[in-house]
Design a protein. Sequence first.
Length: 483
Amino acid sequence: MGASLVVASNRGPVQFTGDSDETAVPRRGGGGLVTAIGPALADGGGVWIAASMSDADRRVAASRPMLTVVLPEGRIRLRLLSPAQEVYDAFYNEIGNRVLWPLNHCLFDLARGPAFDGAFRAAWKHFRTVNEGYAAACADAAATNAEVFVHDYHLALAPSALRRSRPDLKIAHYTHCPWPDPHYFAVLPTGRELIEGMLGADLLGFEVPRWAANFLRCCAALGHQVDSAAVLAPDGRRVQVRSYPLGVDATQLRRAAAAPAVAAGRRRLSSMSGDAVVVVRVDRLEPSKNILRGLRAFQELLTRRPELRGRIVHWVLAYESRQQVPEYQRYAGDLHSAVAEINARFGDSRWTPVRLATDDDYPRSLAALSLADMIVVNPLWDGQNMVAKEGPVINEKDAPLLLSRNAGAADDLAAGALMVNPFDTAELADAMAAALDMTAEERAERAALVREAAVRAPPREWFGQQRRDLAEAAGLQASTVHR
Ligand code: G6P
């Protein structure tokens, strides 16, 4: 029997490790997606379709085309797709990580790249093939009239491919990252195909209204008819475009923060920090997070306020990600050099101003966020940024939040956070100084505003709203067709 709910994403809810299918162990990823959609998938007889990302995943997929993983959210049926290695590599690393991610975050170094040459076109064909493979797997798994939720830029072409084979389905696509303006989007030679791929859906979701508005402007620039919340697809359907800002599940997060491993992390971090003021950031180690400018601002603070030396520590928890990508490797190298430079210039035998850790240690991240005196979130651009929401919810010191205006989270948190232009290191240094000087009353007031806004639309509600809107959007479609 087909599934009434199908979810498709590149990264699935678990990744396997182990040398053989018999010994393979699933490890749950840190992502919020499983928290949001896991319960609905488990209750409703759903299927999650994801890519094999490790060798162990591929071995498991080869022997078990459909498997069941047991998670706190329930038992989830999972289908892992394993395209040929070079096809997947083109899809994920070349197009996903080196073209679409930098496009959506305006990260291209336009004077030198990207090279949209024959190699790009060959990689794009593979990108299309993987998207078609996903569409076929969704078509295969879905019951008549089922709901299909397709996630993120990796799978932008899947909605239209799926609609061609299964017009009965209700299809939604959600973009978890920002969307650039038409001027920047026009850099991509395959932009029309990408957008028309997404227009196969009934409902397109974005994190915040800014990204949805940019998407609509890109559609208009390509000649599609748009209004403030919909686009006319080439086949005459009205595709709804909405935003769904994700919030924090406070109960679940506080439970995670109460775990013994987090308490142990807090003891370690406290003993290493002593009485110093603790400035914390937690990010994936990647260029859009703007970690280097954050360090420059910290350096400027130490230069402006020499009395802080020996009395402040900056914890930079930047866990490695996508290390196959040369731009990421270079960024990681620059980060290590910048940390070494600041420590050599300002530190001494008793004081290390910046502590950098690049391994993925979730309990340590929660520990650091809970005992921070100041939390820094300064991405160049970010779809939402959940650290900005999660940090303040578990922080115990009313730590001021320093937040980039270009993070989607700014829409919800601006009233309580100290807002900065992420390109302006002097402004970030000013904000760090202001956070240090802030009265206890102002800290408490701002922290309360941030916490209250951060827990609006927790994951289950976020997904529930999308399901209701998808039913409505697909219903409208049906009535249009019958008229
Ligand atoms: C962002 C993207 C996700 C992606 C995640 C981790 O949040 O929007 O689609 O899964 O980063 O990146 P990775 O490449 O490791 O899956």
